[in-house]
Design a protein around this ligand. Structure first.
Ligand code: UFG
Length: 354
C-alpha cells in the first residue's frame, strides 16, 4: 500500500499524526536560510530555527522561534525535534567558502559532513521523514563545456564541494536503510545551488558577513565605500573575456525552490537531486559592469591571479527543477539581482546587525 506521506510515523511508537508537523530550519539565521524562513512564515508554516549564530544574525529570523546551538549537538536537536513535532528538516547550516575550504579542509569535513551526519542520526531516531539539503554546484568540479546537468559526473575540485557530496551520499544511504526497517523512509531533495546573490525586496533581510567573499557581495560593499577596490581573481581563463563564468541566481528564487521541494515531498515525491540555477552564465567582468550600472558609478578594479579551487566556468543545466518541482523563477535578471544587493548594503548600517 502506498504510504501517506502527510502523516508521520515514529520509529519507536509508529503513531500517525494528522495535523501538519513542524519544520526545523538549520542555519535559518543565515543568508539563504533566513530568506526561506520568511517565505515559509508568509504562507503560514510552523517553523523553528536552529542556528549557532557563528555567521548568522538573530535579527534575520524576525519573530520566528530561534534555538541557539549546533546541529551536531544530538541531545539539543532531539529535544527540538520532539518539542516542535518536526517531520521536515531544511538543512542550511554549513561553512560555505571555497577558498577557506582549501585552507582549512577539516573545518568543512567537520561542520558540513560530520555535522550533517550527527543531524541525520537525530532525525532518523525521531522519525523525520522529509529532508531538504543545501548542496552545491561545486560537486561538479570542472564540467565539460562549463555546463552541468544533474547526471554529469561529480568530480569536486575543492574540499567544500567534497564535503557536500559526501552528504548527498549519506542521504541516499540513510533513505535506503530507513525504508528497509519498516518505517517511512527519510526522503530528501538535495538542491545543488549555483551562485546566489541579492536580497529580498522589502529590505528586512539580506546578506551580511564580517568577511564577505562572494563577488556580488564584495562589489556591493565597494559601492557603499567599505572597500577601496574589487579584485578580479584571474583574467587568463579560457572564457570569452578571460574571467570566470558563473550562473548567478536571485536569493528569493532560490528560497522559493525550497518551498517547492517541500511541497513535492509532501505530495509523496521520490528523493531527488536538482540543480538550482537559471541556465546562463556571466563573467566576473560582466557582473562588475552590471554593478557599476546599478550603482551609477565606476568601480575601482584590480586584476590579480586566479583564486585556488575556482573552476573557469560553472553554469547549470536548468530544466529538471522546473519539470520535477514546478519551480518558476521570477527574478532571472542580473541587473535586478545586483541592484537588490546594493540597496541592501546601503540599508544595512542603520539596522545594527554587526
Ligand atoms: N571573484 C572575484 N573577486 C572577488 C570574489 C570573487 O574575482 O572579490 C570571482 C571568483 O574568483 C569566482 C567568481 O568571482 O571566479 C565567483 O566567486 P564567488 O566567491 O562569488 O562564488 P563561487 O563561485 O566561488 O562559489 C559560489 C558558492 C558555492 C557554489 C558555487 C557554485 O559559494 O557554494 O558558487 O558556482 F558552489
Amino acid at each position: 500500500m502506498r504510504p501517506d506521506y502527510n502523516r508521520r510515523m515514529t520509529n519507536t511508537v509508529g503513531t500517525a499524526q494528522a495535523r501538519r508537523s513542524g519544520i526545523l530550519v538549520t542555519g535559518g539565521a543565515g543568508y539563504i536560510g533566513s530568506h526561506t524562513v520568511l517565505q515559509l512564515r508568509e504562507r503560514g508554516e510552523r517553523v523553528v530555527v536552529l542556528d549557532d549564530l557563528s555567521t548568522g544574525f538573530r535579527q534575520a529570523v524576525l519573530d520566528t522561534p530561534l534555538v541557539l546551538g549546533d546541529v551536531a549537538d544530538t541531545a539539543l536537536v532531539t529535544r527540538v525535534l520532539r518539542e516542535h513535532d518536526v517531520d521536515t528538516v531544511l538543512h542550511f547550516a554549513a561553512a560555505l567558502s571555497v577558498p577557506e575550504s582549501v585552507r582549512d579542509p577539516l573545518k568543512y569535513y567537520g561542520n558540513n559532513t560530520a555535522g550533517t551526519r550527527a543531524l541525520l542520526a537525530a532525525c532518523t531516531a525521531h522519525g523525520v521523514s522529509q529532508f531538504v539539503f543545501s548542496s552545491t554546484a561545486a560537486v561538479y568540479g570542472i564540467p565539460d563545456g562549463g555546463r552541468a546537468g544533474e547526471d554529469h559526473p561529480t568530480r569536486p575540485i575543492n574540499p567544500y564541494g567534497r564535503s557536500k557530496l559526501v552528504t548527498e551520499w549519506m542521504l541516499r544511504d540513510v533513505e535506503a536503510a530507513t525504508g528497509a526497517t519498516g518505517t517511512l523512509p527519510l526522503r530528501h531533495v538535495a538542491l545543488r545551488y549555483f551562485n546566489v546573490a541579492g536580497a529580498e525586496g522589502s529590505g528586512r533581510i539580506g546578506q551580511s558577513r564580517r568577511d564577505a567573499f562572494h563577488l556580488v557581495h564584495v562589489a556591493a560593499e565597494h559601492v557603499v565605500g567599505q572597500r577601496d577596490h574589487v579584485a578580479i581573481f584571474g583574467t587568463d581563463y579560457p572564457t570569452p573575456d578571460g574571467t570566470a563564468v558563473r550562473d548567478y541566481l536571485h536569493v528569493e528564487d532560490l528560497a522559493r525552490a525550497h518551498l517547492d521541494a517541500l511541497d513535492y515531498l509532501r505530495r509523496g515525491g521520490e528523493s531527488t537531486t536538482l540543480n538550482v540555477g537559471y541556465g546562463h552564465g556571466y563573467s566576473v567582468r560582466e557582473v562588475l559592469a552590471a554593478v557599476a550600472r546599478a550603482a551609477g558609478q565606476p568601480l575601482t578594479l584590480r586584476e590579480g591571479p586566479r583564486r585556488a579551487g575556482d573552476p573557469p566556468e560553472l553554469v547549470s543545466e536548468a530544466s529538471a527543477i522546473r519539470r520535477v518541482l514546478g519551480w518558476q523563477p521570477q527574478r532571472d535578471d542580473l541587473d535586478l539581482i545586483v541592484r537588490s544587493a546594493i540597496d541592501w548594503e546601503r540599508k544595512l548600517p542603520g539596522l545594527g546587525w554587526r
